[in-house]
Design a protein around this ligand. Structure first.
Ligand code: DAH
Length: 346
């Protein structure tokens, strides 16, 4: 008796239909709710003979499963029908669409590119995942030289534990682009290489595990330090205003000789001294120097014929100075309240 009832319900359930969401809900209530048909079977189940209980129990479960499946299927069909509906109002206004803004790092990178392209530099971009050879070795970093420690980065592959020059890594500076370009091009070379770089740094307001740099390289006959200085002065004045002063301090980079770090007069206090410039009146913005003859030779360029200069700057540092951002993390948090501040900046 009970089995027959279950069988007939099974048939009924497999052919259920509904015209809309409301009817589907009615079916759910009818079969699957507490007071529904399937629960009602439980009352009769109590009177089933012990040796029949297993068979009947399994049938009831099967019925419940098919009811759930069929009702879900009806729901899905209803949803699909809705989304294919041609009841779409094409005349409805699309607004308001929240218009995004250009990211401050992109704004400043573009400004740097613009200034240098007016001085004849063209763009080149190398790989972010690079090898030790281009990032360090060809740039005159000896395998065991402590200068490598200044730029700890993320290693993707150490193919030979005894030979660091075989490592594959996330580039720690854009200077590797110099090696990529010089090994495949003849002078005169005048390129600007913007891009993202990586360092193994704990994240704080002042340091991050990735940031952006712009590298510049000029190789030709008779390129001198004077050319470098004039180009950098022009850049600083274009970027920070005509009253900006620069100063070059001797420094060390394996790939340039001589090397220098360039400061600009603090554009926040005008050189008077403030918290940002640590009361010195100067802020460091880039590293530079004359390309080491070893680099030229390693890239197949004759150092007896050609000379060159190079420089590399951090875009975040320049953006901080220009827009007085005091926490590096803001650049990668995607907080639209911060990003919207730059709406009128370009
Ligand atoms: N690559 C250096 C760094 O990340 C910056 C730099 C210094 C680039 C001197 C240069 C250069 O091209 O000549 O710290």
């Amino acid at each position: 008796m009970l089995l027959e009832k279950i069988e007939s319900l099974l048939k009924e359930v497999s052919t259920l239909t509904a015209a809309n969401a409301e009817e589907i809900e009615q079916l759910r209530l009818k079969y699957l709710s507490k007071k529904g048909e399937i629960n009602a079977l439980m009352a009769d189940f109590r009177n089933v003979a012990a040796d029949q209980k297993k068979t009947v129990g399994m049938k009831i479960n099967e019925l419940k499963q098919s009811a759930i499946e069929r009702i879900n299927q009806l729901k899905e069909e209803a949803q699909n029908a809705e989304s294919h509906s041609d009841d779409i109002d094409l005349t409805r206004s699309a607004y308001p669409i929240g218009l995004g803004t250009r990211h401050p790092i992109s704004i400043v990178t573009n400004e740097i590119i613009d200034i240098f392209s007016r001085m004849g530099f063209t763009l080149y971009q190398g790989p972010e995942i690079d090898d030790d050879k281009h990032v360090f070795t060809m740039l005159n970093f000896a395998a065991d030289h402590p200068a490598r420690d200044m730029q700890d980065t993320f290693f993707i592959e150490r193919s030979d534990p005894n030979d660091v020059t075989k490592n594959v890594l996330l580039r720690s500076h854009t200077s590797g682009d110099e090696a990529h370009y010089m090994e495949t091009h003849e002078p005169p070379i005048r390129i600007l290489c913007p891009g993202r770089v990586y360092r193994n740094e704990a994240i704080s307001a002042r340091a991050h595990c990735f940031f952006h740099q712009v590298e510049g390289l000029y190789v030709d006959k008779n390129v001198s330090f004077t050319d470098l200085k004039q180009v950098l002065l022009t850049f600083a004045r274009e970027m920070f205003g005509p009253d900006t002063k620069i100063r070059l301090r001797p420094s060390y980079f394996p790939f340039t000789e001589p090397s220098a770090e360039m400061d600009i007069s603090c554009n926040i206090c005008g050189g008077e001294g403030c918290g940002f410039c640590k009361h010195t009146g100067w802020v460091e913005i880039l590293g530079c120097g004359m390309v080491d003859p070893h680099d030229l030779a390693a890239c197949g360029i004759d150092p007896d014929v050609y000379t060159g200069y190079a420089f590399g700057m951090g875009v975040e540092r320049i953006t901080n100075l220009k827009y007085r951002v005091n926490d590096l993390r803001l650049f990668s948090e995607n907080d639209t309240r911060f990003l919207r501040e730059f709406e009128s900046a370009y």
